[in-house]
Design a protein around this ligand. Structure first.
Ligand code: SAM
Length: 328
């Protein structure tokens, strides 16, 4: 088994599929790259080391010290903008040569109990990447039973969503559910736990995190924003961590499935020039990476190059974005 190298042991977040992302983006000297999910700056640093200029974005204010450290080291080639990557073409002046998105939570977010992302650490049921908006506790204590069940099913693929929602509603009638550990225990009691299986709260926590941070909405908007921002021949690389997100990225790059651009009022469908060319096969981490960084296990990288065809209007159609209905 490969041993972690010193820099990885001390890094707050070990960058996933780093060599593969670099290969996909080919950050040549002088290129302008947007790192839409800065985190601890692992990708940004590697691209700066390769000679590129980087504009980094993150919506979590706690990443600022990492950004300040890179800005001090590379004052003329690195800048940081606080914000959401859904708006990356408004936050960054284009065109740019590359965009990378590493979707999901960072190790810093997972490992800080007070952020409330992990069912393994007792903390407030928060899960917000920013400091604004509804928290996981707001959803768990506020949604009606049917909406809650539909959310857990659609965003977490939790087959026992109805039973879990029922237990949550029964428990919160006595007192609001306020901590990660409380919710994790409640789910375990509700659906049981089989030895060797993932923790029974895994899927529900994923679903709540996605809803709290509008992760699917952000992903779709971010993909289309990248399409608008990238230069002809520019590269987009996206790392996702579960199949629901990967499906969106795969379909976005697929000229057959990508959102339609034809007006319904046009008499005939004309074959369109694809927006994305050189679409690479999905890349997964090898055994060496997953044994030194188990959090890389479910990662999938997809990448492609932008063609000269004009960008499309944002559309969720055909991308397979999970949706759920409320009780009303
Ligand atoms: C998996 S980490 C990125 C790690 C980074 N590649 C590295 O090497 O350190 C994901 C980061 O993206 C941020 N993030 C997630 N969704 C975002 C969004 N919609 N807009 C901006 N940042 C986002 C999170 O706050 C987190 O810091």
């Amino acid at each position: 088994m490969a041993k972690p190298v010193a820099s990885e042991q001390s890094a707050p977040h070990v960058p996933v599929l780093l060599a593969e992302v670099l290969r996909a983006l080919a950050p040549l000297e002088g290129a302008r790259i947007v790192d839409g999910t800065f985190g601890a700056g692992g990708y940004s640093r590697a691209m700066l080391d390769a000679g590129a200029s980087v504009v980094a974005i993150d919506r979590d204010p706690s990443v600022r010290p990492f950004a300040e450290a890179l800005a001090a080291e590379f004052p003329s080639r690195f800048s940081f903008v606080a914000g959401a990557f859904a708006e990356l073409d408004e936050l960054v002046e284009g065109p740019v040569d590359g965009v990378v998105l590493d979707i999901g939570v960072s190790s810093m977010q997972l490992d800080q109990p007070e952020r409330g992302f992990s069912f393994m650490r007792e903390g407030p049921l928060d899960m917000r990447m920013t400091t604004e908006g509804e928290s996981a506790a707001d959803l768990v204590n506020g949604l009606d039973e049917i909406t809650l069940a539909n959310l857990l099913f659609a965003y977490g693929e939790e087959r026992k969503s109805r039973r879990i929602a029922h237990s949550i509603v029964a428990a919160r009638a006595a007192a609001p559910i306020e901590t990660t550990a409380e919710l994790a225990r409640l789910i375990e009691k509700s659906i049981g736990r089989k030895p060797g299986d993932a923790h029974p709260a895994t899927r529900s926590f994923q679903a709540l995190r996605i809803a709290v941070n509008d992760e699917f909405g952000q992903l779709v908007e971010g993909l289309f924003a990248s399409e608008r921002l990238l230069t002809d021949g520019g590269r987009l690389a996206v790392v996702t961590f579960h199949s629901l997100e990967d499906r969106i990225v795969k379909r976005f790059f697929d000229p057959e499935k990508g959102a339609p651009t034809q007006s319904r009022h046009l008499p005939q469908v004309v074959a369109e020039t694809p927006r994305w060319i050189d679409v690479a096969k999905a890349v997964k981490p090898g055994d060496a990476e997953t044994s030194r960084n188990p959090r890389a296990r479910s990662a999938i990288l997809r990448s492609a190059r932008r063609s000269s065809a004009p960008s499309r209007p944002v559309s969720l159609e055909n991308l397979g974005v999970p949706r759920f209905r409320g009780a009303a």
